[in-house]
Write a protein that binds this ligand. Structure first.
Ligand code: ATP
Ligand code: MG
Length: 344
């Protein structure tokens, strides 16, 4: 069966949005508006899988919304909303809790990283996080999902869940007139040089909102001085930049900064090295500071302006939630019939 093409993706309101979120996800969200119907969600229910201060959660939810708007997502042509306003996400997630297997979730590396050593003390929600993510996507029967590299494994799990649902319930799906398959197998859209932006302090860790060190990331709201300081202090090695991409192997910090430059400028890493290869890091870092400030400055300023108008932000979210719910409710009616739940 051919599914209507639709894009879905989400960002957690867990802290300051950073360059990794921007280059790995939001830049793509913006570009995809031209070709698809898009649904972009502030996933507050995912956020509470680790502790969030209530007042802070509301503030960050509005900040992420402001970032979507400041980066150029159109809330009229597309849909922006926060997850908890559409209860169907949680409803479908429960069904998926009963479709996904323990063995599948046991393989998820994000749970291992976030739970750390004290696994017994992690929330149950953190463990089933990928099932909720599958519900987020599939409640809209979305076909394309732009995410950073770190979410690739979760997206594969979403496909496995969709497939198992389609198989387990195939007779019922057919009997209710939905043909052979009810859910599409959502495709990841992961491409470009900065799909995994690494921490500025440690080239083996991804840049994260939840990293304790603010020096590890460039926030979208950092001012020019902060950006400059963080890039100048970013960890590097003592060698000059190579002239070819192959020379970046085994040099994660250099590779990361070159990748960031390439993504911000919209060129390849090879082209960046063609310009800066053979030169000292300091000169390259200065150019990177200028580029980062030029690209992020206007976004940070617009975010600040928008967050001063929470009434407007809340209107955008409420309006988006209403339109999202209309789609999600149709999916849930069908799912209930397929599963055999008696409904009104
Ligand atoms: P947290 O630490 O709370 O998990 P996060 O920084 O990982 O926060 P998320 O809200 O989990 O951010 O992810 C939002 C989007 O940003 C996802 O598509 C994710 O793949 C992408 N993303 C997150 N970190 C990076 C990164 N370092 N490089 C590229 N993309 C990233
Ligand atoms: Mg994350």
């Amino acid at each position: 069966m051919a599914f209507k093409e639709r894009v879905f993706s989400g960002v957690q309101p867990t802290g300051n949005l950073h360059l990794g979120n921007y280059l790995g996800a939001i830049v793509k969200f913006v570009a995809l508006q031209e070709r698809y119907d898009c649904i972009y969600c502030v996933v507050d229910m995912h956020a509470i899988t680790v502790w969030q201060e209530p007042a802070e959660l509301a503030k960050t939810t509005r900040e992420v919304t402001a970032a979507f708007l400041a980066c150029g997502i159109d809330p009229k042509k597309h849909i922006i909303f926060n997850q908890s306003q559409v209860a169907e996400h949680a409803e479908l997630a429960w069904v998926f809790n009963c479709v996904a297997r323990l063995g599948w979730l046991n393989r998820m590396t994000q749970f291992k990283e976030k739970a750390g050593k004290d696994r017994e003390n992690a929330s149950v929600g953190l463990y089933v996080y990928p099932n909720l993510m599958a519900a987020d996507i599939l409640v809209y029967r979305a076909t394309h999902v732009p995410v950073g590299e770190d979410q690739k494994q979760h997206l594969e799990l979403s496909r496995d869940i969709a497939q198992k649902f389609n198989n387990d319930f195939s007779a019922s799906i057919n009997a209710h007139g939905y043909g052979d398959t009810f859910f599409p197998l959502p495709e990841p859209l992961i491409q470009g040089p900065a799909t995994r932006v690494m921490s500025l302090r440690d080239g083996s860790k991804k840049m994260s909102k939840s990293d304790a060190s603010d020096q590890s990331r460039i926030n979208l709201t950092d001012d020019a001085d902060a950006v400059a300081l963080k890039i100048r202090r970013a960890k590097t090695d003592p060698h000059p930049l190579p002239s070819e991409e192959k020379g970046l192997e085994q040099r994660p910090e250099a590779d990361n900064l070159v990748g960031i430059y390439a993504a911000l400028q919209g060129v390849s890493k090879g082209q960046v090295l063609g310009q800066f290869g053979g030169g000292q890091f300091s000169a390259f870092k200065s150019a990177l500071v200028d580029l980062a400030v030029a690209k992020l400055g206007p976004i940070g300023a617009e975010m600040k302006r928008l967050t001063q108008d929470p009434v407007y932000i809340d209107e955008v979210l409420a309006n988006g939630a209403g339109r999202a719910q209309a789609i999600a409710a149709d999916t849930m009616k069908a799912v209930k019939d397929i599963v055999g739940f008696v409904r009104r």
